[in-house]
Every structure is written in C-alpha cells, then in structure tokens.
Design a protein around this ligand. Structure first.
Ligand SMILES: [Cu+2]
Length: 318
C-alpha cells in the first residue's frame, strides 16, 4: 500500500506538470493566428514620376533668366590638399560665370533662397547661403576629407553646367571628437557661443558627423547624391525631387554609356537615363530610404571611393 501511494502521488505530480506545460505552450500560436487574420495589411507605396510641380514652374518664371545661369564655383579655402589644425574648417567660395541674376541669399521672411550645397565626405549636404561670410564646418574629425560644392536653387535643384561643381581634398590634424553625436537640425545659421573668438555677426556653419574621405578619384566617374534628404512636411512632402550631380560620366539618354539606378525602400530598382531631376509622387507618411547608384554599360556599379552608391533615410510627414 505504501508503494502504491508513492506511485500515485508521483503520477499526480507528473500530470500536474504536464497540464501546466500544455496550458502555457499553445497560447502564443493561437493569438498570433487570430491577429494576422484580422489585421489589415499596411498600404503599399506606389511611386510615379510626375512633371515638375506647377508652383516651381511659376517660381522659375518669376525668377527671370536666372535658371539659365551658368555659374562657376571655385573653392578658395580649404586649399587643395591643405592641412588644417583643429576641428573647424572654414569654407570660402568664389562665384562667377554667367549668373543672369543668380546669387545665393536666404530671404529672412521665407527662410528660403538660392544656396550652395556643401558636402563633406559623403554626408548629407549642408546649405550655404551668404557667400560673403565663410561657412564653418565644425567638429571635423582628424583625417583625410573631401568637400564637394555646387550651386542650387531655393527648391534644391542643382545647376549642372560645367564648372558649377568643385571638389577638394584636405586633411585635418587634431580634429573634433569622433564620439560626439551629430548635432540637431536646429538651423543652418548658428552663432558660435562656445569660444572667445565669437564673431560679431552670426556665422553660417554646422557641426558635422564624424567621417573621413573615401578613396575617391576626381578624374573618374562620380555620382554625387544631393536630394532628397531630411524631413518633408505638408505640401512639400509630395511630390519629392531626386537630384544628383554627375562628373566624368554621361548617361545613356544623354549620349553616354552610364545609368543611374534608384531604389526606394525595398521596391524594385528603377533607372534614370538622363541627367535631370525627377519628381516622384505617391509617398506615404513615415521613414523611407532612397538609394542612388551609378552603373556602367553592363549594369554594374561603378566604384569610386564608395561615393557612387549612397543611401539616405528621409521622413515624410503628411
Ligand atoms: Cu538645397
């Protein structure tokens, strides 16, 4: 009897254990099956190319001839292969050429205007408005860097004439703190409050992310990503322009052999065979990635220091 009692309590314990296990295990399966069958699938984004928006067409008409300008940009500072002590790099540009009234300047009322796109290494560009004042790149880390510049319009479309684009390589000694995070998008114009050398007038400038140059060859085909970047809100959120600069490469639709491939999120790749901006409509609110790549005639990516394949995350707020 004693033996039987032991056996009984053991089997009761085993049954209790088994019951606990059974009652816990299947639960997640059941709930997930129920959930997937009732949730509406997320809407898919279908982008299409649309004409240049009418408000930009109207703006161009109001600007007179300046969109036919042939601006020439020169980088006065930093000099070619300059070695700079410290983490602040002052950029000075000279703008000449057939300007037809084109001049960078931010309208204080609208916060918009012609400006120059300034690209350190392969980071997103910064806007430079008042060329009479140097533009400071702050917190630049030690090492080799490249700067690329080209003139742009208030809606961020670049001028594409020969001589509009310039690139220079330079080296920073000392440099900024690589562990410091990227500064906020709190505005393009910031007074330098943290040193005794605070200029009397606020200077344009920006803290930059930590990066160094790619092994880029200025004589080889080079795709410079310009737009889109950052956040797009309200009426600016649809359509959105894709724009880039091409050096030493002609696209197939322009009589050359190269193509530009763009990929939005994980959609199928699409191709650009003419060097001109496109406007894409149909964006959904949220974060998206836009990737631009330069391809050779066989459809293979053309490497140039890693700059010819660039992805940016953008945010659409509708
Ligand atoms: Cu711009």
């Amino acid at each position: 009897m004693v033996e039987y009692g032991k056996l009984l309590s053991l089997s009761l314990a085993l049954m209790a254990f088994a019951f606990m296990f059974v009652s816990c295990a299947p639960a997640p399966d059941n709930t997930s099956t129920t959930a997937t069958s009732t949730v509406t699938p997320p809407p898919t984004q279908t982008l299409s190319i649309v004409p240049r928006p009418q408000k930009i067409v109207d703006l161009m008409a109001a600007r007179g001839e300046q969109d036919q300008a042939k601006p020439l940009l020169k980088i006065l500072s930093p000099g070619r292969d300059a070695v700079i002590d410290g983490s602040t790099v002052a950029l000075k540009l000279d703008l000449s050429g057939d300007l037809k009234g084109y001049m960078p300047h931010k309208d204080p009322a609208t916060g918009k205007g012609n400006h120059v796109h300034v690209i350190l290494d392969n980071q997103p560009y910064e806007a430079y408005y008042e060329l009479g004042q140097p533009f400071e790149l702050r917190n630049v880390v030690a090492g080799k860097h490249t700067l690329r510049v080209f003139p742009s319009r208030p809606w961020h479309e670049s001028f594409k004439d020969e001589g509009a684009f310039q690139m220079v390589a330079f080296t920073v000694k000392g440099g900024g703190d690589a562990s410091k995070p990227t500064t906020t998008n709190s505005g393009q114009t910031m007074a330098n409050n943290n040193s005794a050398s605070t200029p009397a007038t606020p200077r344009e400038g920006k803290d930059v992310s930590a990066s160094t140059a790619g092994e880029v060859d200025a004589t080889k085909p080079l795709l410079t990503y310009s737009r889109p970047k950052g956040e797009y809100k309200g009426e600016d959120a649809d359509p959105i322009m894709i724009d880039f600069w091409l050096s030493n490469a002609k696209l197939q639709g322009d009589g050359g052999e190269f193509r530009v491939r763009y990929i939005v999120d994980d959609n199928e790749p699409r191709f650009l065979d003419k060097w001109e901006p496109i406007w894409l409509a149909g964006w959904l609110s949220g974060k998206h990635t836009v990737r631009l790549e330069l391809l050779d005639k066989d459809g293979r990516p053309v490497d140039n220091g890693g700059y010819n394949t660039t992805s940016r995350e953008i945010t659409i707020v509708k």
